[in-house]
Design a protein around this ligand. Structure first.
Ligand SMILES: N[C@@H](CCC[C@H](N)C(=O)O)C(=O)O
Length: 281
């Protein structure tokens, strides 16, 4: 029996299982993560967050991320706000640094239950997305059905942002997986569909790499604002409205992206990880 501290947290409906591995090492296989992600057989999540002891000086915690399909994710904006809030509670102060495989992310509590995170620099070179062939990531040569000409952005995780007239007209379950697995994206990609509402407002829907349709994607909202500003469709600061709510995103002059939004905790307890991931039957 492996009893593990367990949280269910949410960032605008993007939902996370948080396992605390700071006192005992946890090493789940891909199959075990998939089982835990299963909303019938396991507990269900878009991403699984494993908290570990930090490696770098100045970091308060290390946040390891996995998608519902068991693959590793290099960034997750919504989970970062949740974990920042949790660690702020533990430390008793409103500024923390979260370490990830993509780097150190500084977060601050700004009141009203909102957390602001410096998500690091937006990477824009084709090798950084990455894509299969040299190109200007402002106009990538990808098209499928009614969508084409996406912008590529890497904000820790890879994003391809398609601008459309009506996000609700997009058949996400049909074209999302085809674009995620398009041969132009050797490591797959998160796929965003964005509709410009005004100079500082964007409506966005997402097909997440390794998780499919989710109600929100924090790094996707960051990528979308950066893509829109690069195209001259919005200013460098604005609201990105996703299915689960609204995030405020700013592409700072130093190239970093600042994301601000809420977080929630719906359950706190312990689980018998062995029973859950290996099953009883
Ligand atoms: N939900 C996330 C993004 C998760 C990362 C992604 N699915 C990947 O594999 O890159 C967010 O809020 O940023």
């Amino acid at each position: 029996m492996t009893i593990v501290p367990f949280l269910k947290m949410h960032g605008l409906g993007n939902d996370f299982v948080v396992l605390d591995a700071r006192k005992q090492k946890l090493d789940l296989t891909v199959k075990q993560r998939q089982r835990l992600a299963d909303r019938h057989m396991g507990v269900g999540f878009d991403q699984m967050v494993t908290l570990e002891n930090p490696v770098s000086a100045g970091a308060d915690v290390f946040m390891r991320l996995h998608n519902a399909d068991g693959s590793e994710a290099r960034a997750c904006g919504n989970a970062t706000r949740c974990i920042a809030a949790r660690i702020m509670g533990e430390k008793g102060h409103g500024n923390v640094v979260i370490e990830t495989v993509s780097g150190l992310l500084a977060a601050e509590a700004i009141g009203n239950g909102h957390i602001a995170v410096d998500m690091g620099p937006a990477h824009l070179d084709w090798q950084d997305i990455p894509v299969a062939a040299a190109c200007d990531t402002l106009h990538m040569p990808v098209a499928l059905g009614p969508v084409s000409d996406p912008v590529g952005v890497n904000v820790g995780s890879s994003h391809a942002v398609f601008f459309v007239d009506d996000v609700n007209a997009i058949d996400l379950p049909l074209i999302g997986p085809q674009l995620e697995n398009h041969s132009f994206f050797p490591n797959r990609a998160n796929i965003e569909f964005a509709q410009i509402i005004g100079p500082d407002r964007i409506r966005m829907r997402v097909w997440e790499r390794g998780a499919g349709i989710t109600l929100a994607c924090g790094s996707g909202a960051c990528g979308t604002l950066v893509a829109a500003a690069r195209r001259g469709l919005t200013s460098r600061k604005g609201e990105v409205i996703v299915d689960g709510g609204t995030l405020t995103i700013e592409w700072l002059e130093n190239g970093h992206v600042r994301m601000t939004g809420p977080w929630t905790l719906s359950y706190e307890g312990q689980i018998d990880l062995d029973a859950l991931v290996n099953g009883h039957g």
